[in-house]
Design a protein around this ligand. Structure first.
Ligand code: HEC
Length: 130
C-alpha cells in the first residue's frame, strides 16, 4: 500500500513527472530485451561520426556536443532546446514525442532505427547530466 501511495505521489508531483516518464521508457526498452544501460555508451552515440548521413553526420551536429546547450538544426538553422532534462524539464515527458524523434533522427543520422539498447543508453546518459 505504501508503495502505491509513493508512486501516485511521484506521478502528481510536477518536477518529477519527467523522471517517471524516463523510468517508464527505460522499463519499456528492458521489456524488449535491452539493458543494463550505460551512460558512457549514450555519450559515445551523441558524438559518433557517421559519414554519408542524410540529415546530420552525428547527433551532435544538431544537438551540439553538450546536451545542456541549445542546438541548431544543421539544415534549417532552427534552434533546438537542450536535450538534458536537468536544464530542460520538458524533455522526456511525452513518450510519443521521444519515439517519434528517435525514429526520425536515428534514420537521418545512422541510416537505420536505433535499437532499444541505444535508446536506453542515450536516455541514461542524458539523465545523469546535472
Ligand atoms: C538534423 C538535425 C538533428 C540530428 C542530426 C539529430 N537530431 Fe534529435 N532532434 C532534432 C530536432 C529538430 C528535434 C525536435 C525538436 C526538439 O525536441 O527540440 C530532436 C529531438 C530529439 C529527441 C526528442 C527529445 C524529446 O523531447 O522527446 C531525441 C531523443 C533526439 N532528438 C535524439 C537524437 C539522437 C539519438 C540523434 C543521433 C542518432 C539525433 N537526435 C540527431 C534534430 C536532430
Amino acid at each position: 500500500m505504501k508503495k502505491i501511495i509513493v508512486v501516485i505521489g511521484l506521478l502528481l508531483a510536477p518536477g518529477v513527472a519527467g523522471a517517471a516518464t524516463l523510468e517508464a521508457l527505460l522499463a519499456g526498452y528492458r521489456s524488449e530485451g535491452a539493458g543494463p544501460f550505460l551512460a558512457e555508451r549514450g555519450a559515445e552515440l551523441l558524438l559518433r561520426e557517421i559519414p554519408g548521413a542524410t540529415e546530420g553526420t552525428s547527433c551532435a551536429a544538431c544537438h551540439t556536443r553538450d546536451p545542456k546547450q541549445s542546438g541548431r538544426h544543421v539544415k534549417t538553422g532552427k534552434p533546438i532546446e537542450p536535450l538534458a532534462p536537468a536544464v530542460n524539464p520538458e524533455r522526456f515527458t511525452d513518450p510519443a514525442k521521444v519515439e517519434k524523434w528517435f525514429l526520425r533522427n536515428c534514420k537521418g543520422t545512422l541510416g537505420r532505427v536505433c535499437t532499444p539498447q541505444e535508446k536506453g543508453d542515450f536516455l541514461q546518459f542524458l539523465s545523469t547530466l546535472r
